[in-house]
Design a protein around this ligand. Structure first.
Ligand code: PBG
Length: 321
């Protein structure tokens, strides 16, 4: 009789036959920025996650480095007075986001920094692209996104993160980076980004929810799987270095499909709503937060993601150090 239980009989054996493992080096920690020097503001719907002004940001990055977290993705919270219909602040030399990138790379040369490229933090309407007569303009938006990318590269970013889902933006960004001498700057494309309700707490954090309507004409329909392969094919051909799936948990099948079909690293974004659900249930004492965190991150790796963007990064590092 075949007895699979023999391979589970003690923890050494279980670990010896473990097919997937999880390490801090797989994790990318999202950091929200605040345009004030000393601010540290906790996000209501994301306990333990803050928006940081410059000095607090330095302190946070330093404590993460001590825990072995070396990779970060930065999201700017933009003052209301800088938000306009054309999102001009996104490509302004004055954009404090660029200054933060520069300052971080100067202070911590060994870190890997990933950016966010989309217009929603900067636009008064909260859409990721330019809007005209109620329509989200594609090609006009792509032009701004590729300009943003070059500015971020100039500031020292390592990985460009287009999170907007416009068609053709990866190719346009790649070309613009290359002609400006930034051929070593990578692109992690939000390839299969779904129009998801799981982004709610993130939009609270940045006050970036669309003022009217939704994002369904550019973010993908949660019912679609084959379409993710098409998006992946395009991003791959346009020069993406990583393909990302977002959200992660309701889309493990998509992560798995992409990892079987494309030979570049697959990333997954364990998004704000996924984090908030765990925290809320844990606060009520209904679940064991540590065990659930571990199981969630492991499942995303098992599905085929090499790297995981997750708000749990620091907590995971603390529990495993
Ligand atoms: C915006 C952007 C969003 C997230 C990352 N970049 C929200 C959205 O598309 O509305 C969501 C991340 C999260 O929920 O943790 N381009």
């Amino acid at each position: 009789m075949l007895r699979p239980r023999r391979n589970r009989k003690n923890s050494a054996i279980r670990e010896m036959v473990a097919e997937t493992n999880l390490s801090v080096s797989n994790l990318i920690f999202p950091l929200f920025l605040e345009d004030e020097n000393s601010a540290k503001i906790e996000i209501n719907s994301m306990p333990g996650i803050f928006r940081y002004g410059e000095s607090e940001l330095f302190a946070e990055v330093e404590s993460c480095l001590e825990l072995g977290i070396n990779s970060f993705v930065l999201f700017p919270s933009v003052k209301e007075e800088y938000k306009t219909d054309d999102a001009a602040y996104a490509v302004s030399d004055e954009n404090y986001y660029l200054k933060r990138i520069l300052a971080l790379k100067e202070k911590f040369p060994s870190i890997t920094l990933m950016s966010d490229v989309a217009l929603d933090p900067y636009s008064s309407h909260g859409q990721d692209g330019l809007v005209k007569n109620g329509k989200i303009l594609n090609d006009e938006t792509v032009e701004i996104l590729s300009e943003m990318s070059v500015l971020q590269a100039q500031a020292g970013i390592d990985i460009i993160g287009p999170s907007d889902m416009m068609d053709g933006r990866v190719g346009a960004i790649r070309l613009n980076l290359d002609v400006n001498g930034y051929e070593d700057v990578s692109i992690m494309s939000y390839t299969a980004k779904y129009a998801s309700a799981f982004y709610g707490p993130f939009r609270d954090a940045l006050d970036s929810a669309p003022k009217g309507g939704d994002k369904k004409t550019y973010q993908m329909n949660p019912s679609n799987k084959r379409e993710a392969l098409l998006e992946a094919q395009l991003d791959f051909e346009e020069g993406a270095d990583f393909l990302m799936v977002k959200p992660a948990l309701s889309y493990l099948d998509i992560i798995s499909d992409l990892s079987m079909n494309f030979d570049i690293p697959i990333a997954a974004y364990n998004v704000s709503g996924e984090y908030a659900m765990v925290k809320a249930a844990a606060e009520k004492g209904w679940i064991n937060s540590d065990a659930i965190m571990h199981e969630i991150l492991l499942s995303i790796r098992r599905a085929g993601a090499t790297s995981i963007l997750t708000y749990f990064a620091k907590e995971f590092a603390i529990k495993n150090s």
